[in-house]
Write a protein that binds this ligand. Structure first.
Ligand code: GLU
Length: 436
């Protein structure tokens, strides 16, 4: 481990950080991690978290993306204190470009304004990497304002970071090459240079750059897949940081108390779907069943289930699957047989389990269950045990075939609980119809 380089400089009085997405795409996992680290730093330091939309590129910026970014941020619980849109600040950038022209630090080329670069050495203090020295000899004169009157990314970014009094620029490592260029702009404008923290890249499971291939990348995709914001946020914070003591499950409040930007790793962080699922499982497990049921309602609705389902019954079903679910979609995959009028086992399973020697067992079971005075799991078990005892066969001989006939699946929670939540009518009917 590298020693932590302490910042002995003049620490700003007020911590102000920003997340500055361009609405040219969805909020992806990397962007969300940047947002989260900024947010945690602001909250840990009692500072201000700014959300700044970098929408200077009118052609590529889309309102759908902006809406989605805001929705995802809210869903993750990353609330902001101040909000700006660069497209509403063009006058400000023009004013500063004019100032640089007047001072002879920039020149015009047609309608564009261009900053003169002076070969120099630029040094920054990066909170994660320590001191970084850049040679700016190779940096060419930089366009500040394009001929269509819009500012370039670096110019708008510097003007805003300065005017918004951003104390720490925390962003992905892919922006490191922009940093020296931006420092030259700070210097030309006579603005105070903030501190920087460049977060490590997120790698996929094979060590390449995180891509679509490596699984869903947009935060909203994870939502659709049934991940909980708590699971995602906990997972994101581990991409480059650790709460210590080999602890992995940490909620946001606890993390804020421990978070230090100086403890962020320099090395790339590897994305692991298994770990994300494991964390999500933990948050599902500890959730009150009523809350989990509420979260499942939109998924049920989308499938056309659940409009007239009995709430008490639904919670009973949810409780049955809760310990095994790693995403909300697991529930949808596993519990569909409860909502469908008819189910169908695969031909392979039917051929394997629904053999004619099971017919008598099914007949007796259907008969016994139809006559059962109540249908809780104790009652269904009693009938089942009576049937296998009567036939003189081990219970295991009938468990799998019955499960297949009732649920269409080879695995699931206890068979007697399954029968109980499926209810007498459907259970008896599926047993009767199992052999066509
Ligand atoms: N709009 C830039 C981006 O989306 C922001 C970069 C920065 O944080 O300075 O990557």
């Amino acid at each position: 481990m590298e020693p932590i380089v302490e910042d002995k400089g003049n620490t700003p009085v007020k911590i102000r950080v920003r997340f500055a997405p361009s609405p040219t795409g969805f909020l992806h996992i990397g962007g969300a991690r940047t947002a989260l680290f900024n947010w945690m730093y602001a909250r840990a330091q009692g500072g201000i978290f700014i959300l700044r939309i970098e929408d200077t590129d009118a052609e590529r910026s889309k309102v759908e993306y902006l809406d989605e970014i805001l929705r995802s941020m809210k869903w993750l619980g990353l609330n902001w204190d101040e909000f700006y849109k660069q497209s509403e600040r063009f006058d400000i950038y023009r004013k500063y470009a004019g100032q640089l022209l007047a001072e002879g630090k920039a020149y015009k080329d047609g309608e564009a304004v261009i900053l003169k670069m002076l070969p120099d050495q630029v040094k920054i203090f990066d909170l994660i990497r320590g001191e970084i020295q850049f040679d700016t000899e190779t940096i060419k004169d930089q366009v500040l304002m394009k001929s269509d009157g819009t500012p370039t990314y670096s110019f708008a970014c510097v003007v805003d970071d300065a005017l918004m009094e951003v104390s720490h620029v925390i962003r992905g490592e892919d922006h490191i090459s922009n940093t020296p260029k931006q420092i030259m702009i700070y210097q030309a404008l006579g603005f105070k240079i903030p501190k920087f923290a460049h977060l490590p890249l997120i790698m996929d499971e094979e060590g390449g750059r995180m891509s679509k291939r490596a699984g869903a990348v947009a935060v909203s995709d994870y939502q659709v897949q049934g991940f909980l914001p708590e699971g995602i946020v906990n997972y994101l914070m581990l991409l480059g940081w650790s709460p210590g003591n080999n602890q992995e499950k940490v909620n946001l409040d606890a993390a804020v108390k421990k978070f230090s930007i100086k403890k962020v790793n320099k090395a790339g962080a590897a994305f692991s779907m298994d770990k994300l699922k494991w964390l999500n499982t933990q948050y599902i497990k500890e959730m009150p069943v009523g809350q989990l049921t509420d979260l499942l309602l939109p998924f049920l609705k989308e499938k056309g289930y659940g409009d007239n389902t009995d709430r008490k019954w639904l919670e009973e079903v949810v409780k049955l699957y809760q310990p095994r679910m790693s995403t909300l979609l697991d529930f949808m995959d596993w519990a569909d047989y409860l909502f469908e009028a008819n189910i169908k086992a695969t031909d392979e399973d039917s051929a394997k389990y629904l053999t004619s020697d099971k017919k008598e067992g099914f007949r007796l079971l259907a008969e016994g269950l139809a006559a059962a005075p109540n249908f809780d799991h104790k009652a269904t078990e009693e009938v089942f045990r009576g049937v296998v005892a009567k036939l003189g066969i081990p219970a295991g001989d009938l468990v799998h075939p019955v499960r297949i006939a009732l649920t269409g699946k080879t695995i699931g929670p206890g068979l007697f609980e399954t029968m109980s939540v499926l209810g007498k009518d459907k259970t008896v009917r599926r047993l009767q119809e199992a052999f066509g």
